[in-house]
Design a protein around this ligand. Structure first.
Ligand SMILES: *Cc1c(COP(=O)(O)O)cnc(C)c1O
Length: 381
């Protein structure tokens, strides 16, 4: 999958993902690695392989289709489909492959059971409860009826109970997190009192760090595996363990030239040089999923220094101010994300300039042509 037709490349370090998994698992103890959406843009198969090498026995993808893709790789562990079966063909496939499906409504349980009976097995399911996110899930108050339902179905076996937290990354909203935790605990006890031996799973990356009491039987780290701090920009920033970024994005300088005081640059003439300056035209634009919202806002890294975007980000080109980077030349490497040295650009910073979160930055930049770097410093740990 690749959207870029210019010189930009996304580099991924599987060793960093493996390292981060071990660091997070040192806290939680039983991490199901979340690799949905092509492992947050890092590549499903490579991420799964790295995680398996780091000891992950369970991974979670989004769709059943993604779980099937994973089945065609070398990964042999347990696979969870967080979105559960949604398309008619998902049921048969999940039953055939034994994919652990999140189920959030009765019809999913019934159809999976039918498919399980046809496949001659009990399909493992995770009962998903909506404890406050108000997206998918059974109401926790209905746990008793869900229990009865599932016990009456011959083709499914409830192996997990799950819910998802809305604000674990916001230190100002811990009351709501605890409320969700309490609602989930109540649902799980009903299931267990009725004889279901379910693993309880609630915590995402932020909760694994901030709410030890919510780590329960299995944790679901996502963003932390890719080296981003879920608390970035809050009072709890830096609270988690040290993680290694797993993605960098780089391109080339096409041309360097003067921009005279009073001249404007790029479409719309949104930037006027307030002094004589030098600009570099770099091979990156919104067609590379490097947002046009970074116009006059973003920074890039070259020669170890940060250079600000001047004017509008174009489709495949952007101008940056290199007045203070006199060594800049055509052909130089430029990092949009990551890069060597202390000025390395973090996904969280890029997200801030872009007006979004690190998750979106990684998912989108990961759509570009990817290369894998196998000599990560974290790899041998
Ligand atoms: C994406 C996702 C996670 C991981 O969340 P992070 O904040 O990336 O750690 C966990 N559980 C579910 C259901 C998810 O969809």
């Amino acid at each position: 999958m690749s959207i870029g037709y210019n010189h930009l490349v996304t580099r991924v370090r599987p060793g960093a993902i493996a390292h981060n998994y071990k660091v997070m698992n040192a806290l939680g103890g039983n991490g199901c690695a979340v690799i949905k959406s092509d492992a947050y843009g890092h590549g499903l198969a490579v991420a799964a392989e790295a995680l398996a090498g780091a000891g992950a026995r369970t991974v979670a993808v989004g769709t059943v289709g993604e779980a099937l893709d994973l089945g065609r790789t070398s990964f042999t562990g347990r696979v969870i489909a967080l979105l559960g079966p949604q398309l008619p063909e998902d049921y048969e496939a999940a039953a055939r492959k034994g994919i652990v499906c999140f189920c959030a409504r009765r019809e999913q349980l019934e159809k999976l059971s039918e498919a399980g009976v046809r496949a001659g097995r009990r399909v493992p399911v995770a009962l998903k409860f909506d404890t406050g996110m108000r997206r998918l899930g059974f109401p926790p108050e209905e746990a008793g009826r869900v229990l009865e339902k599932v016990l009456g179905l011959p083709g499914v076996e409830a192996v997990m109970a799950a819910s998802h937290l809305a604000v674990a990354d916001d230190p100002d909203q811990d009351a709501f997190v605890r409320e969700q935790g309490a609602r989930f605990a109540a649902a799980v006890s009903v299931l267990r009192a009725g004889g279901l031996r379910v693993e309880a799973t609630l915590a995402n990356s932020a909760a694994i760090v901030a709410y030890p009491e919510l780590r329960l039987d299995m944790q679901r780290p996502g963003i932390a595996l890719y080296g981003a701090d879920p608390f970035w920009g809050t009072a709890a920033q830096g609270r988690g363990p040290a993680l290694e970024p797993a993605m960098e994005v780089l391109t080339r300088v096409y041309q360097v030239h003067d921009l005279r005081q009073g001249e404007t640059i790029s479409y719309g003439r949104t930037f006027t040089a307030g002094r004589d300056m030098r600009v570099a035209i770099i091979g990156a634009g919104y067609a590379d999923a490097w947002s046009r919202g970074l116009s006059n806002r973003g920074l890039v890294l070259l020669h170890g220094l940060r250079a600000p975007v001047v004017g509008r980000v174009c489709m495949q080109m952007t101008a940056v101010d290199v007045t203070d980077v006199p060594q800049a030349r055509a052909g130089d490497r430029v990092w949009l994300l990551g890069g060597p040295g202390e000025n390395s650009i973090r996904s969280e910073e890029l997200a801030q300039w872009w007006g979004t979160i690190s998750y979106e930055v990684l998912c989108l930049l990961g759509l570009n042509r990817r290369e894998y770097i196998l000599d990560s410093p974290g790899e041998n740990e």
